[in-house]
Design a protein around this ligand. Structure first.
Ligand code: ATP
Ligand code: MG
Length: 452
């Protein structure tokens, strides 16, 4: 990696630079062409975090984070950096707008993830800054000549596919539980696993009651990102393995140990089923909103009295208030809540689509508001497909229900009343006539789909 403050730096946005930006860039480059002396100190800039990790892993670098050693906030401002950090001294580069943080140390002074004091003196070294980071694979740096600085064994852990904490200070921030679980979800496909000793520290954080101090916004932010990863099920499995699931998502934790009928669910355990369904949804590229619906579709099964196991009468409705509460608590977006509740309510009926009478199919479409929200209806069908196939041995089972209901919607939505047909009808009669024709259309489809 060449000198970060010169050529490599500007390349990201060369084509969009304005004349002003270019002149600032030139000034910055002139000032910082090598490590500059500022007040007898030498300011150095290092590439850190995910970009170093991802380049060594050979995966796409998403964004670049930088650390500045040997400078003060005032000096960075003078060089044209824009201060943006509310709690920490973080700056945006005048040209690339990438994030530059002053090297800092952290000390735990109170509970929770805000219970820190931060020290960022120009004397803080790179190694000190790297030491406060979560995982060894995230605690490597690259200097301006491209040389790797790896004081905590990140390269070895990359090779060993190990997510390992940097130091005992790991336990000071409960957000790291979420981050590690998220990285486990991201890199599971490459063979990464959380190191046993790191999982033990995560459990220690939970046992100390610190997971309860996580603010809902942060939990949701990390969860949403985790849901988007290649193996979102690993996020929840990791949280469960350290005991955090019971604190953060008690509704999901409660599904583990709840049996279902082996005839429909060879995997039996409801928690396991939900993980398989989530895995299926992610493997088939389902959007996050669908993955969330899959995650929550069976929450009601934890409400079934034990005496009724393994059947789960009315679990569909029982799940609805649990989903509403979970979304309220985490401040999940409305789109997520709506699809999740719809999926919880309707998934059993969707699975039975081929047995339903045309009138029931039409009522289902209406209840789903499918005529006005066809995209959401398609998302519901995808969530139901993940539910059906997220079962041991059923991963490739046919799911004709989705296609059938899609066709039913298309047929019913295609019904028209001409101007002249309308003319002879009063207000409400128009709606009734449309509904009658929609019913005929669904019945005709059913006759074609299931010939005698
Ligand atoms: P991504 O590819 O998702 O950007 P990243 O590793 O760069 O992954 P960021 O959230 O961008 O993650 O954070 C940048 C770096 O800051 C991390 O690599 C890690 O070293 C450090 N970091 C971020 N949050 C924490 C935290 N809560 N505790 C310790 N270190 C952290
Ligand atoms: Mg990053």
């Amino acid at each position: 990696m060449p000198q970060p403050l010169s050529s490599a730096h500007a390349d990201a946005s060369v084509s969009t630079q304005t004349r002003d930006e270019l002149s600032v860039a030139t000034a910055v480059r002139a000032a910082l062409s090598a490590g500059v002396s500022v007040n007898m100190r030498t300011m150095r800039v290092y590439l850190v975090g995910g970009a170093v990790r991802d380049r060594l892993l050979g995966v796409r670098v998403r964004e670049r984070d930088w650390v500045v050693v040997g400078a003060t906030p005032e000096e960075l401002v003078r060089l044209g950096y824009e201060p943006v950090g509310r709690e920490f001294p973080v700056f945006l580069h005048p040209v690339t707008h990438e994030e530059y943080a002053l090297a800092r140390q952290e000390r735990k002074v109170g509970p929770g993830y805000r219970g820190f004091t931060t020290q960022f003196a120009p004397g803080v070294t790179l190694e000190e800054d790297l030491r406060r980071r979560d995982l060894t694979i995230n605690a490597m740096a690259e200097d301006e000549n491209g040389a790797l600085i790896d004081p905590y064994g990140g390269t070895a852990d990359l090779a060993a596919r190990r997510l390992r904490h940097v130091s005992e200070a790991f336990v000071e921030d409960p957000v790291r539980i979420l981050r590690v679980a998220r990285f486990a979800a991201r890199f599971a496909g490459l063979g990464f696993r959380v190191a046993d000793e790191t999982l033990a520290l995560m459990r220690r954080i939970v046992d100390a009651g610190e997971a309860r101090t996580l603010v809902p916004e942060r939990v949701w932010q990390e969860t949403e990102r985790a849901l988007a990863e290649a193996h979102p099920e690993v996020f929840f499995e990791t949280l469960r393995a350290c005991g955090a699931l019971a604190v953060i998502f008690p509704e999901i934790d409660a599904l583990f140990g709840v049996p279902q009928p082996p005839r429909w669910h060879p995997e039996i355990d409801t928690g396991l089923h939900v993980m398989l369904a989530l895995k299926y949804a992610a493997a088939h590229g389902a959007p996050v909103v669908v993955r969330f619906a899959v995650l929550t579709h069976d929450l009601g099964k934890a409400q079934t009295p034990k005496a009724d196991w393994p059947s789960h009468h009315r679990h569909e409705e029982f799940g609805v208030p649990l989903i509403a509460e979970l979304c309220e608590r985490l401040k999940a977006p409305n789109t997520h809540r709506e699809l999740a509740i719809l999926t919880a309510r309707q998934h059993t009926l969707v699975h039975r689509a081929l047995e339903l009478k045309p009138a029931t199919v039409l009522t289902l479409l209406e209840k789903c508001d499918a005529f006005r929200r066809p995209e959401r209806f398609a998302e519901l069908l995808l969530a139901c497909e993940a539910d059906a196939r997220g079962r041991t041995g059923r991963e490739d089972a046919p799911y004709p229900q989705a296609r059938y209901l899609g066709q039913a919607l298309a047929a019913a939505a295609g019904v028209l009343l001409s101007e002249s047909e309308r003319r002879g009808l009063e207000g409400a009669e128009i709606g009734e006539e449309i509904r009658r024709r929609r019913l005929d259309a669904v019945a005709a489809l059913k006759a074609r789909a299931t010939p005698r």
